[in-house]
Ligand binder design. Sequence first.
Ligand code: UD1
Length: 381
Amino acid sequence: MKICHVVGARPQFVKYLPLALAQERARRQQAAAICDVLVHTGQHYDDNMSQVFFDELGMKTPDYQLAVGSQSQADQTAEILSRGDAVLKLERPDLVVVYGDTNSTLGAALAAVKRHIPIAHVEAGLRSHNRFMPEEVNRILTDHAATLLFCPSTTAVRQLAQEGMGRALLEGRLIELDALSVGAVTDKNHPLVVNTGDVMFDVLRHVLPLAERHSTVLKDLHPPDDFLLLTVHRAENTDRPEDLQRIIDAVDALSAGRPVIFPVHPRTAAALKRFGLAFGSTVKLIDPVGYFDLLMLLQASTGVLTDSGGLQKEAFWMKTPCVTLRRETEWVETVEAGWNVLFCNAASLPKPTQPAAPVYGDGHAAERMVGLMIDLARQGA
Ligand code: UD1
């Protein structure tokens, strides 16, 4: 079975890791003949946005580098589609795996579906219900092109059922590995929606001990005991000066004089320069950090202010209160549990009263996904 994984942006490098490990285990334990083709679209290309993740996580060098770089939304997606299509034509994989909601996700999904190659979508069924976000459009279109929809939560399964994906066979239930069978999924007109749990939880369990061993960021930066971690990169927060100013004001109010550490995404660095804006003097700007350093900063912080999706959940799992610098979130369970609050509703960090419930699976999501992919291949889909 040949599986083609397409990644391109920071969070996708991280999400590929547990799939690669689960494939390796399936090869060893079930003698599964899985051939893995890794495609990097080149959406993220700076060393500290890309290579650092491959180095830290010990992942293989991509088999293909599409080198699309930074372009407009349309051009970037189109280049990924067309260069991705050339790879699919050559490799003829049995399945294409796409991750999350970036332009790399959608470009690769379009390339696969046009060649009638089944798609597995990791992180299916999430919605912000805000179609002005490029990510929302990317995830809706990808879900509706996919054959295997791997949902991180019950909410995501229900969402897809509402959108007419009626074969949400295992709705609301985190199924046991033994119970997995794709059954009649071979009809590509009837995708299979499964609550697998969230691969990011798999990753965290695997990577946290490595980060604790290898990261030097706390030694290097010497943050005080009481500090906040900040990340901002979304287009809706950075592309217009009034939006970025609103984020600067919110950070100022929410931090209430506490020191803030801010690894700055290049998009945000460019926007600050372009608009002549600056965060307050308590905000320490640093270059983007790798995954190990990010986890260690998160763990040591009193709270996190972020517009990232991944960080909202990592904060939840690591019991760090979070303010999401957006008007809506796909990760509604973190808000319901009291560990996360939208900045428009927040005067300060949330003060959760209950421990976080395990709403995003048990840390074995990738095994379930790989099990289903093998089933699909064995059925000759
Ligand atoms: C992308 C995803 C977003 C995801 C994020 C993770 C889309 C629409 N957005 O946003 O969902 O949360 O990745 O980080 O796909 N740049 C560099 N060096 C790089 C990469 C980018 O300087 O290595 C700069 C360029 O100026 C570029 C800008 O950052 O134009 C934005 O990059 P892009 O990949 O378009 O979007 P992100 O904001 O990173």
